[in-house]
Design a protein around this ligand. Structure first.
Ligand code: FAD
Length: 428
C-alpha cells in the first residue's frame, strides 16, 4: 500500500499524529479541508493548563485532559512536557502566564478561584499549529489541504478513506487511519461510532479579539462574567491574547456588545476595537468510550463531548500512533490506548456530566443580577480564606445561603433536582 497511515484532519491532534508517525518512519498522508491549515477562525481561549501530579479537582474543575503537563523554559527553547505519554514538544510562539482566575458579578464583586498562582499560559494556537505543520512536512508526510474526508471503511487489509478535493472524489488506502477531524467527525460518523452516543445541547460561541481594552483586573488574569440579565446560559469569558490583545467570548455578538456597553464595564471597552471575530458551533455528545474501530483510531475532539483541549488532542494523537505502531508490528497496542483514553479525560469520569448539568442548574437558578451580586458579596468573605469557583463555594456553604437567601436556596435545590434527571448515560 502507498500509505501506512491516513490522518483525517490537520488540527493539533492530526498534525501531532502525522509528525509522530512520520518521524518514526511511517508513510503518512494528512487530509485537511482548510486551505491554510495554520489559520484558526474557530473560537479558542488558547490556554495551556499547567497540571501537577494530584490536581485538586475540587478547586479546579475541567472538561479536558487530566494528566500532568508542564512548560520547560530552556535557554533558547521552550517545551511543552507530557510526562504521562512521555514526550515533549517544542514551541517558540508567544506565551503569557495566567496567575488569577476571577468570577465577576454584575456590580463588580470578585470571586477568585485562583489567586497569585501560576495555573496556565496563553499560547497562540496559530503559531503552535504552524510549528507542528512544519515538523510534519520536515518529517516527510504528505499534506493535502482543501480536501474533505467523507468517511472510512475497514477492509481485511487495512482501511479505505474516501476524500473529495478540487479534482473530485477518490479513495485512498492505507494500513491504518486516524480520525482527527474534530467534533463533527465524518470518520466517526461513517464508522457508526456515533450510534451509541447521546446527543445533548448544541453549543454556539463567538469570540472577539480586541485591542485597546483597559481593565482594572490584576495583570495576567482570566475573568468570567456572571450577568444573567445579559446572558444566562453561556458564561461570558475574558482572557489575554498575543501582545496587548484581549479575548471576549460568549454565545452571540449581541451578548458581547451588551457586555461592552454594560455600565459597570463600559470603561474597559471605551477605546476597544474588534480586530478579529471567531466562531464555534457543535453538538455536544457523550464521549466515545472505545476509540478504536477496526483499523481506525479516534483522537482528540473527534471522540469527545466538546473538547479534549489542545494538550489532550496531541497527547491522544501520540498515544494512538504508538498503539498503531505496535499493531503494525504484530503486537497488541489498542487495549492500552483504549485504557489510557478512558483514564486521561475528565469527560470519561462518572461525575463529569453531573458537573456539567449542575453548572447549567446554577445559571438557571439566578432570579436576577441583584441576586448574583448578593451571593457573590456573601461569598467574597469566605473567598478570602478559601479559593474556589462560585459554584463550589455555594455548594460548600449551602447552610449559610439557606439562612441568608432562602428563596435562592430553594430555587437552586429544585434546579439541581431537575439537573439530576438530565445526566446522560455514560459514553458508548
Ligand atoms: C470556545 C473554546 C475554547 C477553547 N479553549 C481552549 C483552551 O483554552 N485550551 C485548549 O487547550 N483547548 C481549548 N479549546 C479546545 C481546543 O480548541 C480543541 O480541543 C482542540 O483544537 C482539538 O484538537 P483536534 O485536532 O482534536 O480538533 P480540531 O482542532 O477541531 O481539528 C480538526 C481539524 O480537522 C479538520 N476537519 C474537520 N472535518 C474534516 C473533514 N471532513 N475533512 C478534512 N478535514 C476536516 C478541521 O478543519 C480541523 O483543522 C477550546 C475550544 C472552544 C470551542
Amino acid at each position: 500500500m502507498k500509505y501506512d497511515l491516513i490522518v483525517a484532519g490537520g488540527g493539533p491532534g492530526g498534525l501531532m499524529a502525522a509528525k509522530t508517525a512520520a518521524e518514526d518512519g511511517l508513510k503518512v498522508i494528512v487530509i485537511e479541508r482548510k486551505k491554510n491549515i495554520a489559520e484558526i477562525n474557530r473560537t479558542c481561549s488558547q490556554v495551556f493548563y499547567i497540571r501537577k501530579k494530584s490536581p485538586t479537582k475540587k478547586r479546579f474543575l475541567s472538561d479536558g485532559y487530566i494528566e500532568p503537563v508542564a512548560i520547560e523554559n530552556g535557554f533558547d527553547t521552550m517545551k511543552f512536557v507530557f510526562p504521562g505519554p512521555g514526550f515533549s514538544l517544542e514551541y517558540n510562539g508567544p506565551l503569557k502566564p495566567y496567575y488569577n482566575w476571577i468570577d465577576i458579578s454584575p456590580s463588580g464583586y470578585w470571586i477568585y478561584s485562583r489567586r497569585d498562582v501560576l495555573w496556565g499560559f496563553f499560547f497562540q494556537k496559530e503559531a503552535f499549529v504552524a510549528e507542528l505543520l512544519a515538523s510534519v512536512q520536515k518529517a516527510g508526510a504528505e499534506v493535502w489541504p482543501q480536501t474533505i474526508v467523507m468517511g472510512a471503511e475497514n477492509t481485511p487489509e487495512g482501511v479505505k478513506v474516501s476524500v473529495r478535493g478540487k479534482s473530485g472524489e477518490q479513495t485512498l488506502e492505507a494500513r491504518k487511519a486516524i480520525a482527527a477531524d474534530g467534533l463533527e467527525s465524518n470518520m466517526v460518523e461513517s464508522l457508526g461510532l456515533n450510534k451509541k452516543r447521546q446527543v445533548l445541547n448544541p453549543v454556539k460561541l463567538v469570540g472577539y479579539e480586541l485591542e485597546g481594552v483597559e481593565t482594572d483586573l490584576p495583570p495576567f488574569s482570566w475573568a468570567n462574567f456572571c450577568i444573567p440579565s445579559i446572558n444566562r446560559f453561556m458564561v461570558i469569558f475574558f482572557g489575554q491574547l498575543t501582545g496587548d490583545n484581549t479575548l471576549l467570548s460568549s454565545g452571540s455578538e449581541e451578548v458581547l456588545q451588551k457586555v461592552m456597553k454594560h455600565p459597570k464595564f463600559a470603561s474597559w471597552f471605551k477605546h476597544a476595537r474588534v480586530i478579529k471575530k471567531t466562531a464555534f458551533a457543535a453538538r455536544v455528545r457523550t464521549p466515545i468510550g472505545k476509540p478504536v474501530e477496526g483499523n481506525v483510531v479516534v483522537v482528540g475532539d473527534a471522540g469527545s463531548p466538546v473538547e479534549t483541549w489542545i494538550q489532550g488532542a496531541i497527547a491522544s494523537a501520540y498515544m494512538a500512533v504508538k498503539a498503531i505502531e505496535k499493531e503494525l508490528n504484530g503486537q497488541k497496542g489498542y487495549p492500552q490506548y483504549i485504557d489510557w483514553w478512558q483514564k486521561a479525560f475528565h469527560f470519561n469520569k462518572p461525575d463529569y456530566f453531573r458537573w456539567v448539568v449542575r453548572q447549567f442548574a446554577l445559571a438557571n437558578a439566578w432570579s436576577d443580577d441583584e441576586e448574583v451580586d448578593y451571593i457573590y458579596n456573601l461569598l467574597q468573605e469566605i473567598n478570602k480564606e478559601s479559593e474556589g469557583w462560585p459554584q463550589i463555594l455555594i455548594d460548600e456553604n449551602l447552610d449559610l445561603i439557606k439562612e441568608r437567601k432562602p428563596e435562592f436556596y430553594e430555587r437552586l435545590q429544585m434546579a439541581y433536582e431537575v439537573a439530576e434527571q438530565m445526566i446522560p448515560k455514560e459514553g458508548s
